[in-house]
Design a protein around this ligand. Sequence first.
Ligand SMILES: *Cc1c(COP(=O)(O)O)cnc(C)c1O
Length: 474
Amino acid sequence: MKTIFEKTSGVSGVGFNECKLGDFLPEELLRKDSIGLPQLSELEVLRHYKELSDRNFCIEKGFYPLGSCTMKYNPKVNELLASLEGFANLHPMQSDEDSQGALELMYKLQEKLKYITGMDAVSLQPAAGAHGELTGMMVIKKYFEVKGETNRTKVIIPDSAHGTNPASAKMCGFEIVEVKSNEKGQVDVEALKSLLDENVAAIMMTNPNTLGIFEENVLEISKLMHDNGSLLYYDGANFNAIMGWTNPALMGFDVVHLNLHKTFATPHGGGGPGAGPIGVVEKLKDFLPSPVIAFDGGKYYREYNIPHTIGKVRSFYGNFGVLVRAYAYILMMGSNLKLASADAVLNANYIKEKLKGAYDIPYDVPCMHEFVICGEKQHHQGVSTLGIAKRLMDSNCHPPTVYFPLIVHEALMIEPTETESKAVLDEFIDTMLKIAREIEENPEEVLKSPQTTPIKKVDETLAARQPNLTFKGN
Ligand SMILES: *Cc1c(COP(=O)(O)O)cnc(C)c1O
């Protein structure tokens, strides 16, 4: 496929009036050459982007069981509400008085998220999950600074953690200490005990963890940490596993981030705008990013007076359009949020039970919203996890997450989400079973995949050794 530059037909979709910039700008600032933008008609532009989008895989096209990423369906009513003129055209520098509707929405979203997480205060500023982690760790760091406990320089992170956890803590200047998992795929409490001393600031955990397993000892862990004077950070990116059934406050956590662009049905993928709000317990409230959105009983306003604030972590107040979508989703779902979690968990367990036998499942316990397969059983035929993932692409299915979590060899991490029907799950199960049979009977066919995608199987060695990354325009 050609790039839009190569498609330049010389026709322009827009006409500009002759304008003598030289009348306004000094001569030396004027462009000497042509600007080099593609020249196409409106129809040519539309065809170009339609062709591109047809090559893209998206949730509207097929099943997308990408573990840890919660690629659920995002109801279109959210889009409608986010594009309401009063929201979409509001300028962030307009006064509180002129922005009452938007501030009310943000305030009420904060309240909902407080309720859902059990936390005492919420900031909507962080723009992604990892950004929420960074913000939360900055809050923890400042808390200990103000307390005069600058010796607390270590953060404990389980070996099953999402990679962003150690990255965020490290960016904050903490030293990372890994705690290993036990044979049940959960934090090894004895190993954790041996790591505790007066230099530990916090533990970062996710529950259920990245194996999709609920940490049974979480209450013991939170007591251990608090007895040690340390705090607990909860990675709530995959909150649809527990939403409405329990919450991080009940488990003893002090800080949590959520991914609105996973659990709360706002679009993600392609690095588009997201939102990773954080919630904190009462004693950390005074450290939140400024401003938080407040209500005095009559008016909503931006509260900048936060005694120990870590400052701003994003321009203005976060990704407002994402906040509108998430709020719409929460209102629409109401107490059904609890059902969404139940269905996410049910769907994952259903697939897991059906694939058992055909594939190895290293931690075969009832899972939460996702589970992990090990592709080793297929190795004797020369097919790896990567091969299974690529073969799935020939059945209009996005591959699951592969080679993560790191503690499972040849991992294939499957998260169906609650928004898929039983028919779709059954189709996926059939495809997976068919691939398992195919690997035994005709592995060469599997190794040729993907065969039906716009770009077929590529020579990965060549691509890695001699990458051709530049487009040379005319
Ligand atoms: C997705 C995810 C993150 C990171 O979220 P981003 O918005 O991609 O930064 C962190 N932790 C877990 C467990 C996740 O699944």
